[in-house]
Design a protein around this ligand. Sequence first.
Ligand code: PRX
Length: 696
Amino acid sequence: MIPDKAPKDDVFHGAEEIRSGAHVPTFEKYKEMYMQSVQDPDKFWGDMAKEFFWKTKHNGRFLDYNFDVTKGDIFIKCMEGASTNVCYNVLDRNVHDRKLGDKVAFFWEGNEPGDELTVTYRELLNSVCRFANVLKSQGVKKGDRVAIYMPMVVELVVAMLACARIGAVHSIVFAGFSAESLCERIVDSQCSLLITADGFYRGDKLINLKLLADEAVQKCRDKGFSLETCIVLKHLSKEAPETSLSSPPAKRPCPDLQETETGRVRKTHPVPQVPWNPKVDKCWHTLMCEVSDECEPEWCASEDPLFILYTSGSTGKPKGVLHTISGYMIYTAATFKLVFDHRPDDIYWCTADIGWITGHSYITYGPLANGATSVLFEGLPTYPDVSRMWQIVDKYHVSKFYTAPTAIRLLMKYGSEPVHKYKRDSLKVLGTVGEPINPEAWQWYFTVVGDSRCPIVDTFWQTETGGHVMTPLPAATPMKPGSATFPFFGVVPAILNESGEELEGTSEGYLVFKQPWPGVMRTVYGNHGRFESTYFKKFPGYYVTGDGCRRDEDGYYWITGRIDDMLNVSGHLLSTAEVESALVGHEAVAEAAVVGRPHPVKGESLYCFVTLCDGVIFNRTLEAQLKKQVREKIGAIATPDFIQDAPALPKTRSGKIMRRVLRKIASGERDLGDISTLADSSVVEQLFQNRCCSAV
Ligand code: PRX
């Protein structure tokens, strides 16, 4: 499966010096380790597990599983019998055993240049223990679910690790999601407490998070679910940024949020007014002042849940992907170390938001497990100007940089001048994630950002996989622009045709995995049947990714994109069904069909066809209302780019919408292929005539 020799032609390498001291220095070493990892996973992962602290050791096999629905329930179990605590492993172990207490865990860089905070491992541990005690004081117990809806601040990491410390299960909802989406997630996982913040700025735009959180709490109540407590961090109105997290509690200000109107104004921006319901709302800072900074970790079983993270589902209802403790911890630690070739003096920066899996695995758990120093960035790549990323790279001497193709394409539009304003000579490895990277963007990233010196790790993975599953290793793998190259250790990919047969050699089909790795999801929270039917039913014996894939003559894997009804907008998966249901929720809409249209920066944009109810006229006002409707139901990331009035939709005689045809109409491609199964082909011409053409 892995080629005997790496190809010599048409491939790229990073500078030679990357090899010296690398964890996996050559392709031969990668192959050797890969064979060990799949032939004897117990030994391979068992060795990785030795780095961590185990309160009790595991008994039996390292990984036990059933991937075949025809043989019984699907299950994956890692290190049964062992007990540990993730928070202990990523903080106490670093502070006490590895003597990294004074090492910086995070350089926090705010939205506004000049807003910054440095947090050491000791300070982080101190705050996490304190907040773990806060959670306990609010009645949170092991196994309880805690919703977190916060901006990119260090306290978000504190909140998640405090949950992990007491065995509570965090469910983070990206702060760009709507109140409705937050409510849906709180109710689905029956969270007992919500942690949020007053608000934050994205560039110039104020996001009044507390108002959205309040709306979500009210919506929960309307659905008969009562959330008793909401802890609110004063972020926008907090004291001087240099106030360290570890300042003695007595010196930390604990004013009530209502006082913040007159409080400190950050730079040029006003602080929002925050409504306050004393029955539900509690001030983060006040609570932190009331508790001790000592908190014994809760020793949890290997397969106890660590967190739930919702991802779009093709039926429209988001799925609560559940990850468990030991396997996820070991896998994110191992992938971080090897894929970024982590060294102790690295400064690492992942630009993702912690509200997505990339932030969970590669801002919080993976880097901290390795004792890494990271930049945690609150802002935008284009604020206050399009050089911001490179200014930050130079400011902190970032050596490993991880971002998304959509950010690269966005910055590419402004040319190389804003990049060349900064030296970037600290950079050693560049990474991408979230969607296929087009070769032009890859080349720009490689030559302009990395000065043709830094290898690019194009990491393919999913919320469900917990960590990277297909990726180059920076010193070992010759790169091909746009290919995620080869499997990570322990991962066994296959390409299947429609009948479920494994294809050999050069081929294209469904990307599946034949056996588990420690970090793979364990279930869909509260719905194991949905887990089995989504990932294991189509091809019994395999985990089905939902992505298409091609293998070339050199054995390289190329992800070709989703093959289900999911769209990838700016690296975020969206379900067409979810957007359609939001549109149909508007009284004027009888039917809706949503497809992706290629977009130069976002990858895909949302193109919506709506059939209106009898007598309703399509106009700009309605279009604006529909966009607002989707934004409010799902969030700004799902705002439609195009809405087209569709008096009728192209359907087969059995009434199925032909999305393939709609995709062609959306992108203006006249070559429709076989449309003989259409019930009424005149619909197509009508839709072509009314297409929305304007550039987004
Ligand atoms: O379609 C693939 C695409 O993103 C999907 C997973 O999305 P999500 O669960 O939101 O996680 C994103 C961050 C891990 C995949 O099914 N995808 C992710 N990375 C790549 C990719 N497609 C191609 N190349 C990648 N490197």
